[in-house]
Design a protein around this ligand. Structure first.
Ligand code: SF4
Length: 411
C-alpha cells in the first residue's frame, strides 16, 4: 500500500467523518488554560459553533482515526467490503494536527471517531491515548468529543471519560431489527449496556467524594448518540418513540439524526435515494418539542396516519392545526405550558410574555416583537384589542400558513 502523507490522510479521514452528525459541543465544562499554563480554552469565544448549510457543526477538527474497519455494516462507507481508499493516522499525527489547527484558530476542539481496527479495545485504546496526550502532555484546554466503541473494555470507557468533554455511542438505527439486519455484527444489547454503564459512571462521578468533597471530572458534556434515518422503513413515530426511551433510560444530552446517504456499491437492502433533508430537520424540531416544550412523542405524531412528520409545516404547527379546539389562547392569562404550544412562540418569547404581563396587558403587536412571525401566532392567540374570530377555525388556515416555496439561489 502506498505511503500517504499526513495531508492525504487528512483528506481521506475528514471526508470519511462527514457522515457523523453528532459533533455539536454544547455542555462542555468551562476551562481556561490561563491558570494551567497550557493552551486553549472552552470559555468565551473559545468555543464558537459554526454550522454548514446542512446544519452540521464545522468548528471542530472532525476526523476518523482510521477508516479501516473489520465490521461490515451495510449502510457505512467504511465497511470492510467497501471499495474506498483507506488511511490510518498514528496517535502522534492526530495530536499534532489538533494542536496545530487549534493554535491557528481553525478549530475549537477535536471530534474523533474511528473504524474498528484489529479489535475494539485496540482502537479505543489509541483514541484514549490521543486524548490523554492532548490533556496531560500538552495541557490542551479545547473541547474533545470521543465516539466510543460499545464493545470496548469498561476501563477504556473510564479513561475516555477522564479526558473527553463528551462521549457518544451510536445506537446506529432506530430499531433492534434494523441493527440486526443492516449491522449484523453489532449487538443492540451491547450498545445499550455500554450506554447504561456510561450513564452510571457520569452520575457516579458527578457526586462529590466524601473525603475531598470534590467532583471527579468525567465527561462533563455527558453522552449523546446518533441514529441513521431513512436507511430502512422505520417511521418517524417509531424514531421518536425510540428517542424518548433513550433520553429517559440513559440521560442523553442529545440524539443526532443523520439522514442516510446512499453509498457506492451498496447492498440491495438499502434505498437508492437519500431521504429528504427536511425529514431530518423535522425530527430535530420534534425532538426539541419533547425536550423543551412539554410534548410527548405520541402527541406529535398522533394526527399523522402514516406515522411520518408533516414535511410542509413544522410539528408544532401541525399539532396546533389538528387541535384547534384548544385555541385561541388568551396571551394575558394562559399558562406557560399552553403558551409553549402556540406555533411561533419559543421558550424565550414565552418567558418574556410571562414577565411583561405581570405589569401590563399585551397587545398582538407586543407579541409580534417577541417572535419571528406574527402571522403564525395570530390565529392562535387572543390579546388586548385582538381576537382571531373565525380565523382559528377557517378551512384554509393551513394553506395560509404553509411557507411559500422559495426559488433557491442558482449561484
Ligand atoms: S463499525 Fe462503524 S465504521 Fe465500521 S462499518 Fe460499522 S458503522 Fe462503519
Amino acid at each position: 500500500m502506498a505511503v500517504l502523507s499526513t495531508r492525504e490522510k487528512l483528506a481521506i479521514l475528514s471526508d470519511a467523518a462527514k457522515y457523523d452528525a453528532s459533533c455539536a459541543s454544547s455542555g462542555a465544562a468551562k476551562r481556561n488554560s490561563l491558570k494551567s499554563g497550557g493552551i486553549g480554552s472552552t470559555e468565551g469565544s473559545g468555543i464558537c459553533h459554526a454550522y454548514a448549510p446542512d446544519g452540521r457543526c464545522i468548528s471542530l477538527l472532525k476526523i476518523l482515526l482510521t477508516n479501516f474497519c473489520i465490521y461490515d455494516c451495510s449502510y457505512c462507507i467504511n465497511r470492510s467490503s467497501s471499495n474506498v481508499k483507506r488511511a490510518r493516522f498514528t496517535v502522534d499525527e492526530v495530536v499534532q494536527l489538533t494542536l496545530n489547527f487549534y493554535k491557528r484558530n481553525y478549530i475549537e476542539g477535536l471530534f474523533l471517531s474511528s473504524g474498528v481496527i484489529r479489535s475494539p479495545d485496540e482502537t479505543m485504546g489509541e483514541m484514549v491515548e490521543i486524548a490523554r496526550q492532548l490533556r496531560e502532555v500538552h495541557k490542551f484546554g479545547g473541547y474533545i468529543h470521543l465516539k466510543t466503541i460499545p464493545e470496548c473494555a469498561p476501563e477504556l470507557l473510564d479513561a475516555a471519560g477522564k479526558y473527553a468533554d463528551r462521549l457518544s455511542i451510536n445506537v446506529e438505527l432506530p430499531t433492534d431489527e434494523g441493527v440486526k439486519r443492516l449491522a449484523p455484527e453489532k449487538k443492540p444489547e451491547t450498545i445499550r449496556l455500554s450506554m447504561a454503564n456510561l450513564r452510571s459512571r457520569i452520575e457516579e462521578k458527578s457526586e462529590p467524594t466524601m473525603k475531598t468533597k470534590r467532583r471527579e471530572r468525567f465527561a462533563p458534556g455527558g453522552q449523546s448518540t446518533q441514529m441513521i434515518v431513512g436507511a430502512d422503513q422505520t417511521t418517524d413515530a417509531t424514531i421518536l418513540k425510540t428517542s424518548a426511551r433513550l433520553y429517559g433510560s440513559y440521560h442523553l444530552r442529545r440524539i443526532y439524526f443523520s439522514a442516510f446517504s446512499p453509498i457506492p456499491d451498496s447492498s440491495a437492502a438499502l434505498p437508492s435515494m437519500k431521504p429528504p433533508l427536511m425529514r431530518e430537520h423535522r425530527l430535530y424540531q420534534a425532538d426539541w418539542l419533547m425536550r423543551f416544550y412539554g410534548f410527548s412523542e405520541q402527541e406529535i405524531v398522533a394526527d399523522q396516519a402514516d406515522g411520518m412528520l408533516d414535511l410542509q409545516v413544522d410539528p408544532k404547527l401541525a399539532w396546533a392545526l389538528a387541535n384547534r379546539g384548544q385555541f385561541p389562547l388568551d396571551v394575558n392569562r394562559a399558562s406557560r405550558e399552553m403558551l409553549l404550544r402556540v406555533p411561533g412562540l419559543g421558550t424565550k418569547a414565552v418567558t418574556k410574555i410571562l414577565e411583561v404581563r405581570r405589569y401590563r396587558r399585551l397587545r398582538l403587536e407586543d407579541v409580534g416583537k417577541l417572535c419571528a412571525s406574527v402571522a403564525k401566532v395570530r390565529p392562535f392567540l387572543v390579546a388586548e384589542g385582538w381576537s382571531p374570530g373565525g380565523l382559528t377555525d377557517t378551512q384554509h388556515l393551513r394553506q395560509k400558513l404553509v411557507p411559500k416555496p422559495q426559488q433557491l439561489s442558482l449561484f
